[in-house]
Ligand binder design. Sequence first.
Ligand code: PLP
Length: 280
Amino acid sequence: RTVYVNGSYLPEEDAKVSVFDRGFLFADGVYEVSTVLEGRLIDNQAHLVRLQRSLDELQMTSPVSMDDIVTIQNELIKQNGLKEGGLYLQITRGAADRDFAFPKDATPSLVMFTQEKNLLNSPAAERGLSVISVPDIRWQRRDIKTVGLLAPALAKQAAVVAGADDAWMYEDGFVTEGSSNNAYIISKEGKIITRHLGNEILHGITRRAVLSLANEADMEVEERPFTLDEVRNAAEAFVTSATTFVTPVVSFDGEKIGDGKPGALTKRLRQLYIEQALNS
Ligand code: PLP
């Protein structure tokens, strides 16, 4: 696999970053994961807008323009012959002698790699996910897509140890989001409920697209916090993310959601999202 590091396209074993990189020492960096379908980036512009916002919030600058980032993304997709999968992009504040305050003269570091993956044909989407609840122990700016991912890694690992597929994090009795996705329930009345935007969750690019599709399809959407009890009583549940699209959740803390099978509205949303992505 060829990866991109600060101006060079290199075999992955030759790609290196400094031990003093602040991404490594402080998780002082931001990232994006864009989806590739049929060799094309999906909704990439929205990912780059969010990237710029994450950079701004951390008073960081990209080492290259957003236009150049797109050029590099497409070159990397081409060099790897990637048809379906994800493209990971990371910008850190760069390498400097270890000090908490920002260095005055560090050059930000840009790294990209591709991950080939079957996204359209997903056994997990056919079957539906089992999810457990875990307390949300993350920091208070989850709207910034930083590489500080230890809390969600612990959440996901807790799920794996429990024999589940993923974890939904909660705070004050309300679900925030999944370890690496936005979380939704559909009430028995057919209302799609997902947490409102704020600093408590990442503003998912897929979330935005899916809510817009739901509106167009005249499905009712409510953006508000929902409780763990509401999940247990929901008719359907699902998650969204760039690389998983819309994926049903069929059990929560060991109990079935609805009839324990992927729900009809969830399946419809997945289909609508994939159709739009393929036709974009
Ligand atoms: N929430 C979290 C915590 C995430 O890590 C992600 C990223 O995958 C998402 C939500 C979904 O965001 P997107 O739809 O932009 O991939």
